[in-house]
Design a protein around this ligand. Structure first.
Ligand code: PGA
Length: 255
């Protein structure tokens, strides 16, 4: 059985003091086991202190984005090597907010995924359809194009380290969750696409997270689905009790 991965995407929330307080609280409240990985993705400015605070914790550190270049004149950007130097093990790439507000394309996200893998960072690559796309019945076509685009040129060995997050855009921060059937159906499609691009063995080991209004109430049902291997949590990751409850649901679902 695949392990589960619960990740907290703090987005542009929490200054350095608030970040430290939340991590302290999470250290007291979150309990996990070897089958359930836990990842915190605070803003860049909190990564250094988070790395220090998480030293003896099973919770790992991730970033919310990175640039595809090694270094140079790219004002305001952060490289994979910089993320490694502050203890990041993973990086979220192609989140729908980055696609929407910063015009990131599948091709650009693919370049970042290659750089992350070359730098020994696990890329958590996000895909997901908008409400308009779902209502026009083009969800499968959109997901297919995104998966093929973001994974283009990645080797079978690369795929051992890739995580995909399915996040229907209409469910992010809206309180609307995809039904467990809707989510699991898309997760199955993603796994089938990866099997077609690689092999079933590779598709079977791929962690596919669900994201979009995951909370302590819906987590267990979502995480108990056959093809949902974790959660990428936004709003509910900002409250220690809620995030700890979601991790607990992951532990429960992995039994
Ligand atoms: P949400 O965000 O849990 O607040 O809906 C999820 C995400 O954007 O990763």
């Amino acid at each position: 059985m695949r392990n589960k991965l619960i990740a907290g995407n703090w987005k542009m929330n929490k200054d350095i003091h608030e970040s430290a307080n939340l991590i302290d609280e999470l250290k007291h409240k979150v309990t996990t086991n070897e089958k359930v990985g836990v990842l915190l993705c605070p803003p860049y400015i909190s990564l250094v202190i988070a790395n220090t605070l998480l030293k003896d914790s099973p919770m790992k550190l991730g970033a919310q984005n990175m640039n595809d270049k090694d270094d140079g004149a790219f004002t305001g950007e952060i490289s994979a090597r910089m993320l490694k130097s502050v203890g990041c093990t993973s990086v979220i790439l192609g989140h729908s907010e980055r696609r929407q507000y910063f015009k990131e394309t599948n091709e650009y996200i693919n370049l970042k995924a290659k750089k992350a893998l070359a730098s020994q960072l696990v890329p958590i690559i996000c895909v997901g359809e908008t409400l308009e796309e779902r209502e026009s019945n083009v969800t499968d076509a959109v997901i297919t194009a995104q998966v093929k685009g973001v994974l283009a040129g990645l080797s079978a060995t690369d795929m051992e380290d890739v995580v995909i997050a399915y996040e229907p855009v209409w469910a992010i921060g809206t309180g609307k969750t995809a039904t467990t059937e809707q989510a699991n159906q898309v997760h199955k499609l993603i796994r089938k696409l990866v099997a077609q691009m690689y092999t079933w063995a590779i598709a079977e080991q791929l962690i596919i997270q669900y994201g979009g209004s995951v909370n302590e109430k819906n987590a267990l049902e979502l995480l108990s689905q056959s093809d949902i291997d974790g959660a990428l949590v936004g709003g509910a990751s900002l409250k220690a009790d809620s995030f700890a409850a979601i991790v607990k649901a992951g532990v429960e679902a992995s039994k």
